[in-house]
Design a protein around this ligand. Structure first.
Ligand code: SAM
Length: 354
């Protein structure tokens, strides 16, 4: 597969006559479908969203069965028309992709041929102010993709200053994280911070954007909080291991990411599981680590969207696709180093600051 492709006029068309228009434009669709082409079998779409990948998978292979998962009950409700139109080929399950093998087991399924993950939030989640993801449209400070667990308001109003600073620094990559956390703590003394606009205004008071930049000063802070509220990196690490357990030999795992924190996790997982880390470690003290080859790389580097796609859909600009194929090898131990990559350093657990 080439690394930058003209895309995706060639994307398989879906037969969506009976289903509503897609509110979310799928990213790297043609590339994902091309790499996952099968003759029959069972595919898992771990991030159903508006069903863009699922529709295209069903259309591309009339013998394929699809199990689609989403943690957002709204996405599950929105997909019922597609389930009805699928002639029994689509099952839509509410759950987290981090537990995808458990979700499959509960549905009476074990091994699968394809797993695709399109990490992050959907346009529907971003665009509805009540979901609280956006600083452009004021709404309650929520940011939960599912309906459970603490919201962003809980975190912003209750977390220690150190923990907030670490979340904003490590998950948001915001260099002014300490100043943002301090400002939040000061504002908390005057009352609860309840809305996205309130928080965005506080952040804009201490973060300046580069002259000429179109990025809102609160972008990185919101990203950090969203990742923490949904444990997005922990979910990704668990999903990679769960897919490794669920895929049969020859089965493929395709992951689309949207920022470097996610891509680094996928890249390191595939490198470690395809024996590349072992090659790199042969010069280290203690010699090479044990060679593990539970995957073979299908994409040697990330597949990026072509210019036509990014012109049409600016959200695609930072997308990266990586694909690997499951080998015959037994399932190795989970990679502890990846869990560390997904976690905050010591501060959140009461240890030292960076
Ligand atoms: C980028 S959208 C997917 C869009 C989809 N590929 C399409 O074409 O319509 C990501 C979706 O994944 C869901 N999601 C995010 N994290 C999840 C998790 N840990 N488990 C299950 N679903 C998750 C979100 O709720 C959202 O609906």
């Amino acid at each position: 597969m080439s690394r930058r492709r003209p895309s995706p006029e060639t994307a398989p068309r879906h037969d969506g006559a009976e289903v509503p228009d897609q509110p979310h434009v799928p990213v790297l669709l043609a590339e994902v479908i091309e790499t996952l082409a099968t003759a029959g079998g069972l595919a898992v779409d771990g991030t159903f969203g508006a069903g863009g990948y699922t529709r295209a998978l069903l259309a591309a292979d009339p013998a394929l069965q699809v199990v689609a998962i989403d943690r957002d009950p709204t996405a599950i409700a929105g997909g019922q028309a597609l389930v009805a139109a699928s002639g029994g080929r689509l099952r839509l399950l509410h759950g987290r992709f981090g537990a995808l093998d458990t979700v499959l087991a509960e549905a009476g399924l074990a091994q699968v041929d394809r797993v695709v993950l399109d990490i992050g939030v959907s346009s529907m989640q971003l665009d509805v102010p009540e979901r609280g993801f956006s600083f452009r449209n004021d709404g309650p400070l929520d940011m939960r993709m599912g309906a459970d667990g603490p919201s962003a308001a809980d975190l912003v109003n209750e977390a220690d200053e150190t923990v907030l600073a670490d979340i904003i620094y490590h998950y948001g990559e915001e260099r002014r994280s300490r100043a943002v956390a301090r400002t939040i703590l000061e504002a908390r003394r005057r009352g609860r911070i309840e809305t996205t606009a309130q928080l965005a205004e506080l952040v804009a008071g201490v973060v300046r954007t580069e002259p000429g930049s179109h990025i809102h000063p609160a972008t990185r802070t919101f990203q950090g909080l969203r990742i923490a509220v949904n444990d997005e990196l922990g979910e990704l690490v668990r999903a990679l291991h769960a897919a490794e357990r669920a895929l049969r030999p020859g089965g493929r795992l395709a992951v689309v990411t949207f920022h470097s924190l996610e891509d680094r996790i996928v890249k390191q997982f595939f490198a470690a599981r395809s024996g590349r880390s072992a090659q790199a470690s042969r010069h280290l003290p203690g010699g090479p680590v044990e060679t593990i080859r539970s995957f073979r790389l299908v994409t040697k580097g990330p597949v990026l969207p072509g210019e036509a796609e990014t012109a049409r859909n600016p959200r695609a600009r930072s997308a990266k696709l990586r694909v690997a194929e499951r080998t015959e090898s037994d399932v190795p131990e989970p990679l502890a180093a990846l869990t560390a990559l997904a976690s905050l350093p010591d501060a959140a657990r009461g240890g030292h600051r960076r």
